[in-house]
Design a protein around this ligand. Structure first.
Ligand code: ATP
Length: 707
């Protein structure tokens, strides 16, 4: 089970959805990753800062989770496609599933209308000011000219006030809308986290953690971008364009409007076309980005293996070639973006010049050359207004290009996220719950047999590649029995346990837990009745206490202490600088293999399960540590059903029954002495191990000069 033990450990020890979300945030959240990287490069100051932030944010987020999600309505199913017509209604439903969103959105729309209306009034009042000034200049000096000049000043004041009001409305709009987009993003993020952690083991084995993290990260950030682009950029820009066109038509002619609209159409066409080119290159860049991040995370997580095998250069080369691929793809996308920007600038400059020239020359306004000359003075104000209005429409047009690009990108990012969200687990959850009151109370000293029975009936299994791993396994484990499972490597021992705990479902046959078919049981209920101590206990990058308490998050301090005592962790705690509050590092790197095992045992003790599963829990330890750990395990196994998978037969010698597996079949079973007498596979394995131990002992004695 070595290969998958880390995934199994976190997968099997999840008690509640809330715990799952917490664990997932720990695994995927950026700050943790950065803190880990900082730790490995010795950036202690920034790490301290990160730790403070993490501590704060984790306590805050659990507070918010508990309260906010209670108020929130159910989140809708993710859409099938990734085009705007399907994504937008989904996001609106997500946003509206939160209380108060409609009101916020209504305010945001009111402020948006105010922003645009007052914004358009600015050039109009500026025109009025110029008209009054022109009139004042044409009048003889006197009270009438003075009154016209005063009117001009007043119009300028109005224009200034409207500009200020428009600015304030913009900020109010941002303030009232941002929480809506953020809340929708957070809800989607939480949904993806929970969904991913509830997916089966096959999914997690096939996906690279780094690449998955990027998909989730980018997908959730895209949520607020879609809102900003569509609701606060595209729709207002079209409305504004319509209003400006109406004003220009009234002031000049339909010819000017035609020039403006043609420019707009050319601009939009160019933007859409080039954005398509840029997006396809960006998609490739994203794939390369995911691959290179996945590679980096993989190498950093396996730091010890990389450095022990002297493969830093190999890892660097592979990482470099992925990075190069990413940079080439990103460069292609950048080039397309530059071409897009240049084209946009050309269209806007020519369009603006053409529209203003038409307005200045009075194209389409009718009349002969002398009339044009007579109206020229009046047209100065109109021209200034046209300039102001066009600048006003062109300004968001620049953003329109940016938002369109971002929108396309967001839809690409969301597609990947929706794909993850619509992945279904091959292992379907059941509906039945195990009776709750049957778990043994870890705090009492007198305990009665309260283990669960497990039975395998004609169980066969293959991982999907046509190779049979288990063949018609039949096994009855009674409540309170201690079972040892042994057999050559690859004989299917760990697979048998995975099927019992529903990491996978049997291809044929059934498994019963306490009389219930495991397929009918809620996974949460089944797994809360079982504690797994794996070979390679994986710890969270948190305090020792957090890692122990993970077995039962609501345990009291006294219970945590008792669990540490049972797992013989006291010496380790005493040696650590901050005792139980010491951070154990990424995956528990600050602890030895034996110490990590003890933490896993303390966790299992605290969980107080009905079934204890120790999967090669002591195989990586020396014999002295093994016997201590076995003592602790036996203490937990007392009065419970226990299953020990082991290579070292000394580990299972004391079990009430030993199951011997070969090629996915149970070939022998019985007590240790019975199996030795049987003279079969077990007896051979026993003799081989005895001989091996004897030769190791002899070698040591020769080294020490005893013989
Ligand atoms: N996720 C997987 N996909 C495909 N094959 C797998 C997977 N996990 C395990 N196997 C294969 O299934 C077989 C049985 O594996 P299993 O881990 O159950 O053996 P085991 O008896 O526990 O071995 P060991 O003692 O070495 O841990 C092995 O040949 C292994 O390569």
């Amino acid at each position: 089970m070595t290969r998958n033990s880390s995934a199994t450990a976190s997968f099997l020890s999840s008690n509640t959805n809330k715990t799952v979300a917490g664990a997932c945030v720990q695994r995927y959240a950026r700050p943790s990753a950065r803190a880990a990287a900082a730790a490995s490069y010795g950036i202690s100051d920034s790490m301290e800062e990160e730790q403070k932030i993490e501590k704060n944010s984790s306590s805050k987020s659990s507070y918010f989770n508990e309260n906010d999600t209670e108020d929130d309505g159910p989140i809708p199913m993710p859409p099938k496609g990734s085009d705007l017509r399907t994504v937008l209604p989904y996001l609106l439903k997500v946003a509206f599933s939160r209380k108060g969103t409609k009101l916020r959105l209504a305010f945001a729309v009111i402020f948006l209308v105010a922003q645009k209306a007052f914004g358009l009034a600015v050039p109009v009042y500026f025109k009025f000011a110029i008209d009054h000034l022109t009139r004042a200049a044409q009048l003889p000096v006197g009270p009438e000219a003075l009154q016209a000049a005063n009117m001009a000043a007043m119009m300028l004041c109005f224009s200034g006030v409207f500009k200020a009001v428009s600015g304030i409305a913009t900020e109010l709009r941002v303030v009232s809308f941002t929480p809506v987009a953020q809340a929708a993003g957070r809800r989607v993020a939480l949904e993806v986290f929970n969904h991913v952690l509830n997916l089966d083991m096959q999914f997690h084995l096939q996906r690279r953690t780094g690449a998955l993290q990027r998909i989730i990260d980018r997908g959730t950030r895209s949520v607020s971008m879609v809102f900003r682009a569509v609701i606060f950029t595209f729709i207002p820009t079209f409305v504004e364009l319509a209003l400006v066109s109406a004003l220009l038509w009234k002031a000049f002619s339909w010819h000017v409007v035609a020039v403006v609209l043609s420019t707009f159409c050319c601009y939009v066409w160019w933007t859409m076309h080039m954005t398509g080119v840029s997006a396809s290159k960006r998609k490739l860049a994203n794939t390369m980005d995911g691959l290179s991040t996945g590679k980096a995370v993989d190498a950093l997580l396996n730091y010890e293996t990389v450095s022990n095998f002297g493969n830093v250069n190999l890892e660097s080369k592979q990482y470099d070639s992925l990075l190069r691929g990413y940079h080439e793809a990103a460069l292609g996308s950048e080039r397309a973006s530059s071409l897009l920007n240049a084209g946009q600038a050309v269209f806007l400059s020519f369009g603006m010049t053409a529209a203003l020239s038409c307005a200045a020359l009075g194209v389409g306004a009718g009349g002969n050359a002398s009339q044009i000359g007579a109206n020229l003075a009046n047209r100065v104000g109109d021209l200034v207004m046209a300039n102001g209005l066009l600048l006003q429409v062109w300004a968001p047009l620049n953003f329109l290009g940016f938002f369109y690009r971002e929108l396309r990108q967001s839809l690409v990012d969301m597609e990947a996220m929706f794909e993850v969200l619509s992945t279904t687990s091959n292992v379907k959850d059941g509906t039945l719950e195990l009776p709750k009151n049957k778990n043994i109370d870890a705090t009492t000293t007198t305990r009665s047999n309260n283990g669960a029975s497990i039975s395998f009936k004609d169980v066969s299994f293959e991982y999907g590649n046509g190779r049979k791993i288990l063949r018609n396994v039949n096994l009855e484990i009674s409540p309170g029995e201690s079972i040892g499972i042994v057999g050559p490597s690859g004989s299917g021992k760990s697979t048998l346990l995975r099927i019992a705990l529903r990491a996978y479902d049997a291809t044929s046959g059934d498994v019963f837990f306490d009389g219930y078919n495991v397929k009918d049981l809620q996974m949460k209920s089944l797994r809360s009745a079982v504690a797994v101590v794996p070979q390679d206990a994986v710890l969270f990058n948190d305090t020792l206490e957090h890692n122990v308490r993970y077995g039962r998050p609501n345990a009291s301090d006294e219970e945590v202490e008792r669990a540490c005592h049972a797992a013989k962790l006291e010496k380790t705690i005493g040696d650590l600088p901050d005792g139980l509050k010491t951070k154990v590092g990424e995956r528990g790197v600050m602890l030895s293999g034996g110490e990590k095992q003890r933490v896993a045992i303390a966790r299992a003790f605290l969980k107080s399960p009905r079934v204890l599963v120790a999967d090669e829990a002591t195989s990586a330890l020396d014999t002295a540590t093994e016997s201590q750990i076995l003592e602790s395990l036996e203490e937990i196994a007392r009065d419970r059903t226990s299953v020990f998978v082991a290579h070292r037969l000394s580990t299972v010698m004391k079990c009430s029954r030993i199951i011997v597996m070969r090629d996915g079949e149970i070939v022998e079973q019985g007590r240790h002495d019975e199996l030795v007498d049987l003279n079969g596979l077990y007896a051979k394995m026993w003799l081989a191990q005895q001989a091996e131990e004897l030769s190791v002992k002899l070698e040591k004695e020769v080294e020490l000069g005893v013989v």
